[in-house]
Write a protein that binds this ligand. Structure first.
Ligand code: GDP
Length: 304
């Protein structure tokens, strides 16, 4: 655990150094708050989350009667940790004979890699996993997923040039018939231009429900944490179309835009259906580089 935390710290150093810099002075004054505002905006926390954090921090400073900027830094850790807390939740399996997960996200976000890591995580928890290559448009995506299946020694349902919804349907049925604990469907992140991604994903979701009335039990979005506010736009768009149940935020091992988690948290707080948790964060390219999300650890790593 130590290893990944130091990678997260090193990664977030690019986000956090300009924020931490704000607290090196001797006074708590308007300049400090103005500098903090710029630093949070630069870290891609977005205008709303930045305003929220500043107001919350000022309240905490007043309450604590703080006089030392170093103390304010500690209070900001508390404010960030509290803002991010609703994003904490563990992905649970075992509530259904076969938990069906549909994984979505734009190309390059780290979807296939995250599925590979997630498969390993589930296998370590003694779950029998079946993968479904429902991105039938890209041969490379299918091949990459079967490499991960091989590495994790799990079965895969894949069909060259097949219909993504049909592959998903078959995989759910196969998973149930074979007594699998989890079926994970990898989906396309981009389609040939004449087709609409969201329509295709909605169709996959509908067809999965046909195969198993309660499924998909999870609709997970993989977003690249390095894309900042763009990641938030993706979260909103995929949620509108599909109703997300969880997020995986990748590439936090080397980003200057880690503040986007604050923006996602603020959005999640105001979401009518309740917050969408961040089940995992990606902190590297290797199998073990998928970690559960802790608001306080993240806040501390950010401002270390
Ligand atoms: P997909 O198109 O969404 O399936 O994305 P891929 O899984 O192919 O990942 C795209 C690239 O991002 C690959 O080079 C991955 O190794 C890399 N990647 C994925 N997750 C992480 C992460 O958490 N950290 C880093 N540094 N790289 C990652």
């Amino acid at each position: 655990r130590q290893g990944w935390l130091s990678r997260l710290k090193a990664g977030l150093a690019r986000t956090g150094s300009s924020i931490a810099q704000v607290f090196t002075g001797t006074q708590i004054d308007d300049t400090l708050y103005e500098e903090l505002e710029s630093a949070l905006l630069m870290a891609d926390a977005g205008v709303k989350a930045t305003e929220h954090l500043l107001a919350d921090l000022k309240r905490r400073v007043k309450e604590a009667k703080a006089t030392d900027p170093a103390q304010v830094k500690g209070l900001l850790v508390d404010a960030v940790a509290d803002l991010l807390a609703p994003l904490e939740a563990a992905l649970t399996i075992g509530r259904h004979p076969t938990t069906v997960m549909m994984v979505v996200g734009v190309n390059g976000a780290g979807k296939t890699t995250s599925i590979g890591k997630l498969t390993r995580y589930l296998a370590e928890h003694d779950a029998k996993v079946l993968l479904a290559a429902a991105d039938t448009f890209r041969a490379a995506a299918r091949e990459q997923l079967s490499v991960w299946a091989g590495r994790n020694q799990v079965e895969i349902v894949s069909q060259e040039g097949g219909d993504p919804a049909a592959v998903s349907f078959d995989a759910v049925n196969a998973g149930r018939a074979r007594g699998c604990d989890v079926v994970i469907a990898d989906t396309a992140g981009r389609l040939p231009t004449q087709l609409h991604l969201m329509e295709e994903l909605k169709k996959i979701k509908r067809v999965i429900t046909k195969a198993d009335a309660g499924a998909p039990h999870e609709v997970l979005l993989v977003v690249d944490g390095n894309t900042g506010q763009n990641a938030l736009a993706q979260v909103k768009a995929f949620d509108d179309a599909l109703g997300l149940t969880g997020l995986v935020v990748t590439k936090l091992d080397g980003t200057a835009k880690g503040g986007v988690l604050a923006a996602i948290a603020l959005w999640a707080r105001e979401r009518a259906a309740g917050p969408v948790p961040v089940y995992f964060i990606g902190v590297g390219e290797k199998l073990e580089d998928l970690q559960t999300f802790s608001a306080r650890e993240f806040a501390q790593a950010l401002l270390d």
